[in-house]
Design a protein around this ligand. Sequence first.
Ligand code: ADP
Ligand code: MG
Length: 530
Amino acid sequence: MATASSSDVSYPPAVDEAERQRLVQVIKDWSIANGLTVRPPPAAVSATEAELASTLAMTAPVTLFPSPFSRSCFEEAQGAQEPYNELYAKISQDEAFLSRVVAEVAGGDEFTTKLWGVHERVKKEGYTHKHSLGIFRSDYLIHQETTEAGGEHLQIKQVEFNTIAASFGGLSGQASSLHKFLSKNEYPLLQASSKVAAATGYSLPDNTSSRDIAAGLQAAFEVYNQSEPVYKGLPRCVVFLVQDGERNVFDQRHIEYAVEAPVFRVPFSQILKQTSVDTSSPRRPLLYHHLRESDAAPGTTFEVAVVYMRAGYGPSDYPDESAWEARYQVERSSAIKCPTVLTQVAGTKKVQQILATPSDATTSELGRFVPDTNSQATLRRTFANIYPLDTTSAAGRQAREWAQDAAVCRKFVLKPQREGGGNNYYKDKIPAHLQTVPAEHWASYILMELITPPPVANLILRNGQIEQGGVICELGIYGTCIWSNADETSTSGNIVRNETAGYLLRTKGDQSEEGGVAAGFGCMDSVNLV
Ligand code: ADP
Ligand code: MG
């Protein structure tokens, strides 16, 4: 496959010092003016300037050029999103399957066990929500393989599937717009750019991720609005559950501002203060209370139609029992949750491993969830090899040996059931880590083959400094899906809405193992299709 970097034209185009400085200044201004920004870290603002801190934004780390990305891989990932949305909507409704998953990882994983406890409590009293919303992101790396004939074959491989708090949908469209702007106004001015333009040009697809994700939230709001009003005249709203001190706030704001319905941000730690469940109604509506400063003045109350979680995905959001009580309060209400506990558990790496572990067509879980053979093939092509670490399956016993073998482990990454970056163990760190875990708890991890992307070069602007060199590009495709939940009268719920919702390209230096932008390693990018 031809790529801009494999031809005689070097990509990105070489820039001299003056050109680099000009590009950086243009990017800084564009980013601030268009909200391709994050809040500065507290350490960057001194205590005397605390007042000022809330008025400051800084540019999000971003590449100077869009990274070359295989067009066929990009299209394949886009084409897989609707089948993926439907697959995860179905998994979310299969409580028996998910309870087996939880039982398998429970030994070494208190967080997933606690989360499941919330589901069991609500199940006992009966769920009252009728619909669920998924805002998903399926993450991929391109796997480059040398064929027997000596050619290079590129295949998109899934890194993970996110079902909770998938971030950067707000900023990723801005990164695409920035590169489009530069390709129109700045790249043509570069001395070396005419060669790139003549060879490949810039092929920059539209990316409307924040608008598309907002449209999913708005659609869920309207689905909820079709239900009979419990209260006459009480306005309805969407609630974003967020983390205190979130630096990636503008990413969330881009989505919030594109939702038509009223949106209120509630810190996860304030759920019990700012919301309540009205148990006098069998529907158990969730109420949002806008509290006034003075206790004497009555607050304003809204009925919550949709809860969108940008928090609650990891143990640090649950410092004590009251945080679990708060999650239970949301879960038992009639509000449409994005996600429910079941959908969150569907997003565990254990589920991804079960789907990907090769088995024959009659026994595969994928085949059970996706009977259509075309969709099944579309999804299966994106699977990397992933293995359990149990003692009951042959695959698990084999993987336990690999994980402890100093040479073989270099092909793998070891993952616990966690989200948010910084939790995985790579290559030769695997055996040492497993030594610290009781062997009976190894089954709470999965072992995944490393994906080896093709070499790409780029320049990254981070904290005002330029980093230059080899990079790795991770593509995320967003999807939104609304489904009605299975109940006693129907064994499977129905998909009400299923959409692909733009993309994210996150790029990191090729020496870094983790790629999270918020974690400080990755940066925003966009694709230049080749
Ligand atoms: P998290 O839930 O913490 O985001 P991920 O599974 O996405 O965990 O892994 C974090 C990062 O590690 C990814 O963004 C990617 O850069 C790298 N990574 C994960 N799995 C693989 C893999 N199989 N091959 C290569 N890199 C991987
Ligand atoms: Mg990830």
